[in-house]
Write a protein that binds this ligand. Structure first.
Ligand code: FEO
Length: 414
């Protein structure tokens, strides 16, 4: 589906008494962070909270949507001099490239941020001096009938991150946490959109950006519980706002954050001429016959963004690939490298099957996977493009050994 910028535009909207969405849909970028495909766009959700004593703007948008955002803030607030605070839950430019321009226009506004963010902000933005207000964990800001409470939640997914809780209405502005890809073209709320699509995209967003910080997600979730925060509305900075299915997104995040080893093998392969693919079909069949769920990923045709999401809970990863220029077949190597960056240390096993003719690359694969924290099981198999009976017997034995190991793991439901 192609999203035109026209279809993407969304008017500012009141989401609760004195609370407004002033964000923007991005249907221009093809890659989020220049890494992750966003065929259905992404939203940058920003909010305005209006109290009797002042107005706070919570977060902003990516650079190229600054004008649209400023117009929306102005439409809601009227005179921008009414803005007393701009809250920065997270400094990354998809949320705050717009903030310097807002501050130029909202001349009375101060910038509310964590002490860590205050130390970092000068590396990212030119903010006029003397306008930073550092808030401690748990500190409150009274806007008159609307009190904001700041909850430090570091490393979601930068060191300076926090969430902002609007006490009277139970709205948690969580920034990246609980976010998803997908522009908000149908509506703003979870009960106005195709929720299953956004939950699937939340899963992909999580595995691409947040999974590495799973422990911090669990700490943040525990903190929310410990503080007894009643969450009526969960308002992340990407994707839908949750009001009806708050429990679903909270449960999804908890589930995704707990590392699992499921009775499932992901077979990640590359095949230049179809021979390796034939082997993969045999391997997948044999796993299934032994009661193991199999996910098969053609690394040359599935973007690593989706692969990371697919394989994150597989108890074992089996890589089958040819050698290319005396190295691991590049798309398979790319997946290995992403796993090293994004999913290291989840205590899983991996196996390597390399097809080769004039050069072998199994050793290189073992090195990358070991660095990525996998225990690489023996034997590492090297097959000729025309495998012998002996080659195939070794491959079957490897599949059987992996199946026996994985069957000891957790049966996970999707
Ligand atoms: Fe949505 Fe970490 O920025």
């Amino acid at each position: 589906m192609y999203l035109s910028t026209r279809a993407c535009y969304r008017e500012p909207a009141q989401i609760a008494d004195g609370v407004f969405w002033v964000g923007a849909n991005d249907c221009v970028k093809d890659l989020f962070e220049s890494l992750w495909p966003i065929p259905y766009g992404v939203s940058y959700n920003a909010y305005v909270v209006v109290g009797s004593d002042g107005v706070a703007v919570i977060d902003g948008v990516d650079e190229h949507l600054t004008f649209e955002y400023l117009e929306k803030v102005r439409e809601v607030v009227g005179d921008l001099d009414r803005v007393r605070y701009v809250v920065l839950n997270h400094l990354e430019p998809d949320h705050h490239a717009s903030t310097p321009k807002l501050l130029n226009l909202a001349r009375n506004a101060e910038v509310v941020l964590t002490p860590t963010a205050a130390r970092l902000i000068g590396t990212l933005y030119r903010i006029p001096g003397g306008r930073l207000v550092e808030v401690r964990d748990g500190e409150r800001l009274d806007l008159g009938g609307r009190r904001l409470r700041f909850i430090h939640t570091p490393w979601l997914h930068w060191p300076e991150t926090m969430m902002t809780y609007l006490e009277e209405l139970g709205i948690l502005f969580s920034c990246d946490a609980f976010g998803s890809y997908g522009a908000l073209t149908e509506g703003l709320f979870d009960d106005e959109v195709n929720l299953e699509f956004y939950l699937e995209e939340a899963r992909r967003y999580f595995s691409n950006i947040v999974l590495k910080y799973s422990r911090n997600v669990l700490e943040a979730l525990s903190k929310i519980e410990r503080l007894g925060l009643r969450i009526s509305v969960l308002a992340p900075s990407h994707g839908p706002i949750y009001r009806r299915y708050v429990d679903r997104i909270l449960a999804l995040y908890r589930d995704l954050s707990i590392p699992k080893r499921c009775v499932e093998v992901s077979v990640i392969y590359g095949s230049m001429y179809g021979r390796t693919e034939n082997l993969v079909e045999q391997v997948a069949r044999r796993f299934r016959e032994r009661g193991v769920d199999v996910k098969v990923v053609d690394a040359a045709r599935v973007h690593p963004s989706y692969t990371l999401s697919e394989v994150s809970n597989s108890g074992a990863l089996l890589f089958i690939f040819p050698t290319y220029d005396a190295s691991v077949f590049p798309p398979v190597k790319e997946v290995m490298n992403y796993l090293q960056v994004k999913q290291a240390g989840r205590g899983r096993i991996a196996a390597v099957v390399n097809t080769y003719s004039w050069g072998a690359s199994a050793k290189e694969a073992v090195e990358i996977l070991t660095k990525a924290g996998f225990q690489v099981v023996e034997p590492v198999i090297q097959l000729r493009p025309l495998p012998t009976e002996e080659d195939l017997r070794k491959l079957e034995e490897l599949v059987d050994a992996l199946a026996r190991e994985v069957l000891k793991y957790e049966k996970c439901s999707e």
